[in-house]
Design a protein around this ligand. Structure first.
Ligand SMILES: [Zn+2]
Ligand SMILES: [Zn+2]
Length: 436
């Protein structure tokens, strides 16, 4: 692998991106010397540079030397091997960065080609070639087209077929008034050359029948542009964006080797800053609007009733990882002992308040527990389940992995039985983790 490796530290492009990220952090109202985010500019620069290293890679270098002759069947008998037989590599797990919003997205790549001239290519090279184009700022259809035409050019087969199943973080789905569940938009694209030019042709039928696509209806109703367009998130509209932040994103694009005036990138800095501004540090404390929890009051107490375990599960949230400046999302489950229930709307706004800022999941969990504790008198347990897009961009994401964090206060910390009772009440797999 031609990784950028350690070498990227201190390089001019890296330093310039770090400076731009500092501008973004300051624009969010953050102190760039705060311990938690001190290293964020470097982490962001490193992730972005690694995710765009494909600009410097050449398909020729990968494919050349990996082509070998394979006799194949005599054409009068049938098709196989180096002549006319379909070769398929499926389920390559890769990721790329969306050029329209600068968030990482995951995809499964399926490649098929039909050799010609007794010429075949080492199978591992198909994945390498796909990754060259994935490691650029991309759009799914262009990515599929570029992989397809590069393979066609360098292998010179009878035809190439590329299918991508992409999962883009669906930013809309976790906004307060959204009805959508789950954090991903799924997009399905394909590209073909040579005998795969005709999408209705039998070559495509052969290829698709070999892919175990989980697609009864293989096109998603959620178009790519729509999931990014949702970045025009409510609260920011009508407000002037900080032009220094927009210029900073512009300079990041330049440092990555991109041309910020390329048509598809023109709106990207504004979209990215709009999204980011959802997480600005308002410096406000959570206001509880005078809510007084009727703990232990009158009539109930008179009945000598025992406090009940109350639960509120699956409160969804979006947050922004302060280490990598990328979103994480998921659900919060809250358990507490009390006679009465805290209104769901109040718990939801607590989750929302602590979610929409630069965060780490552990702190989010603790902060929610503390504020709920102040409402209900101390016996609180909070479980946060989340998926982190920064795991994708660091290449350590296994499709569908998630993290859980737990905070226990009061009776919950002393009593395993109470914890067990709450955990048993939790729904199974409550977040849609995207591809699995
Ligand atoms: Zn996007
Ligand atoms: Zn992170």
């Amino acid at each position: 692998m031609d990784d950028l490796g350690e070498g990227i530290e201190g390089q001019p492009e890296t330093l310039a991106i770090e400076d731009a990220v500092k501008v973004l952090l300051q624009g969010l109202g953050e102190d760039i010397n705060r311990e938690g985010i001190k290293k964020t500019p470097f982490r962001v620069a490193k992730a972005l540079r690694e995710a765009t290293k494909g600009y410097k890679q050449k398909v020729k270098d990968i494919v050349e030397g990996a082509l070998f002759p394979e006799a194949g069947l005599d054409a009068t008998v049938g098709n196989a091997g180096g002549a006319g037989g379909l070769v398929v590599v499926r389920d390559l797990d890769l990721f790329s960065y969306c050029e329209s919003c600068l968030l990482p997205f995951q995809f499964k790549c399926h490649v098929g080609y039909i050799p010609s001239g007794h010429r075949v290519v080492g199978l591992s090279k198909l994945s390498r070639v796909a990754d060259v184009f994935a490691k650029r700022l991309q759009d799914p259809q262009r990515l599929a087209d570029e992989v397809c035409s590069a393979l066609h050019r360098w292998i010179e087969p009878a035809g190439v077929a590329v299918v991508l199943e992409c999962w883009h973080p669906s930013l809309e789905s976790f906004l307060p008034d959204s009805n959508r569940k789950g954090g991903w938009s799924r997009v399905f694209v394909r590209s073909g050359s040579g005998v795969f030019d005709n999408v209705e042709g039998e070559s495509w039928n052969d290829f698709l029948s070999l892919l175990k696509l989980k697609t009864e209806n293989s096109t998603s109703s959620w178009s790519w542009s729509r999931s990014c367009a949702s970045l025009k998130v409510s609260s920011i509209n009508g407000q002037l964006l900080d032009s220094r932040m927009v210029a900073a994103v512009d300079s990041i694009l330049r440092c990555l080797g991109e041309d910020p005036v390329r048509e598809e990138l023109v709106g990207t800095p504004v979209r990215f800053v709009k999204w980011l501004m959802n997480f600005r540090n308002t410096g406000l404390e959570m206001k509880l609007n005078g809510f007084v929890y009727g703990r232990g009051v009158d009539s109930l107490k008179a009945n000598n009733k025992e406090e009940q375990l109350q639960t509120e599960v699956n409160l969804s949230f979006w947050s922004q990882c302060e280490h990598h400046l990328l979103p994480f999302y998921g659900v919060v489950h809250i358990g507490y002992f009390g006679f009465n229930r805290v209104p769901k709307s109040l718990l939801r706004s607590i989750v929302h308040f602590y979610g929409f800022k630069l965060q780490v999941q552990e702190r989010l969990t603790r902060q929610i527990a503390e504020v709920v504790s102040s409402l209900v008198g101390g016996d609180v347990m909070v479980v946060v389940e989340a998926a982190h897009t920064c795991m994708i961009s660091r290449g350590i994401e296994k499709f569908g992995s998630s993290t859980a964090t737990i905070a226990v206060l009061g009776r919950f910390s002393a009593d395993p039985g109470a914890r067990a009772m709450f955990v048993q009440s939790l729904p199974n797999s409550s977040i849609e983790l995207g591809p699995s």
